[in-house]
Ligand binder design. Structure first.
Ligand code: GFB
Length: 317
């Protein structure tokens, strides 16, 4: 039977992030009562604070979109932050949710949980079948632990909790800091700045040949609300767009959207990361969700948001 969100009190953990923000907007449109709590209210790495806040708040459902996230550089440079903080956040929230008897939890993982050389497109059952991509293994191991912990509460206590694995995400509210961002916001900012300064050149990390699948955060949020309502099961569910491009092709699309032709310089001192990670989203499609927008449309929307909030990104400092 479908889970009715109307009027339900749903805590979006991580509402200030790109994904959490999108989920909060989508849940509000669904008629849910969205609960938000910033770090000044509850520090998710602190077990006592999470337990006390959860016991006092007692949400009906939780979307666990809080995480220490970042691109390939930040993942490689801050292994403790990515492993420790993410383990603590998910363990604290799930145990506190169990103690507060929370009906539904949706835990969010990432496509980097899969082996570096998994068969493509990657089905859900590729999990734990081979070695991980080293540039983000810390984050991946924390996320794998989160999937397993969610499954453990289901197995041991019969909790109706689920997990979803989004592919590489982008959209309004992304992080545009060039040291910690993912590739799409980084290239949007680099092309925009080259256009403003007339630099004529944009530096792209790595070889430009890795393939990535991209999904707009509002499409992810739509899929997550669909899963919250319609899915109850032990297995995690892939959420992708099926749209895959090389990093060079991505740079070319962004050049077109920003409206600036620049020479691409490939910086071979920066890592490529995993060669390809296209997810098999067949299970989600079979359940009835397949509404990802075309990549170019999503980038147009994201660039408009970037321009509207330019000062926030520090691009004109
Ligand atoms: O998005 P990204 O940082 O992360 O990098 P991953 C994707 C690809 O884009 C890599 C290249 O091949 C990068 O070398 N790239 C080119 C750039 N130019 C740039 C640039 O200016 N900035 C960045 N950041 N990349 C992430 C993981 O892996 O995937 C996270 O680090 C998470 O943990 C996420 O799992 C989904 O796609 O390689």
């Amino acid at each position: 039977m479908a889970y009715d969100l109307t009027g339900n009190r749903v805590w979006v953990a991580g509402h200030r992030g790109m994904v959490g923000g999108a989920v909060a907007r989508r849940l509000a449109a669904e008629g849910a009562q969205v609960i938000e709590a910033g770090r000044e209210v509850v520090d998710l790495v602190d077990q006592a604070q999470v337990k006390a806040w959860m016991a006092a708040t007692r949400p009906d459902a939780i979307v666990l979109a809080a995480a220490k996230v970042g691109g390939i550089k930040a993942n490689s440079e801050f292994p403790v932050d990515f492993l420790y903080q993410n383990l603590m956040i998910e363990a604290n929230i799930l145990q506190a949710a169990h103690e507060a008897d929370v009906e539904r939890v949706l835990f969010l993982g990432s496509s980097c949980i899969y082996p570096k050389l998994a068969t493509q497109p990657i089905p859900e059952d590729a999990l734990l079948t081979g070695p991980l991509e080293p540039t983000n293994e810390w984050y991946a191991i924390a996320k794998i632990a989160g999937i397993k912990l969610t499954q453990a509460y289901r197995t041991q206590y019969g909790r109706d909790w689920i997990s979803a694995m989004p592919t590489n995400l982008y959209g309004p509210g992304d992080n545009y800091d060039l040291n910690s961002s993912h590739v799409l916001p980084a290239l949007l900012r680099k092309f925009h700045e080259a256009k403003v300064s007339g630099a004529g050149e944009v530096v792209v990390w790595g070889s430009g040949t890795p393939l990535r699948e991209f999904l707009h955060c509002d499409d992810l949020a739509d899929a997550l609300v669909f899963l919250l309502k319609e899915y109850s099961g032990y297995d995690h569910i892939n959420v992708g767009s099926g749209v895959e491009v090389t990093i060079r092709e991505l740079a070319e699309i962004i050049a077109e959207v920003v409206g600036y032709e620049a020479t691409l310089t490939f910086d071979a001192t920066k890592p490529d990361g995993t060669p390809r990670k296209l997810m098999d989203s067949g299970r989600l499609h079979a359940m009835g969700w397949n509404r990802a927008r075309p990549l170019r449309d999503g980038i147009v929307d994201t660039y408009a948001d970037f321009l509207a909030h330019e000062r926030r990104h520090g691009t004109d400092d």
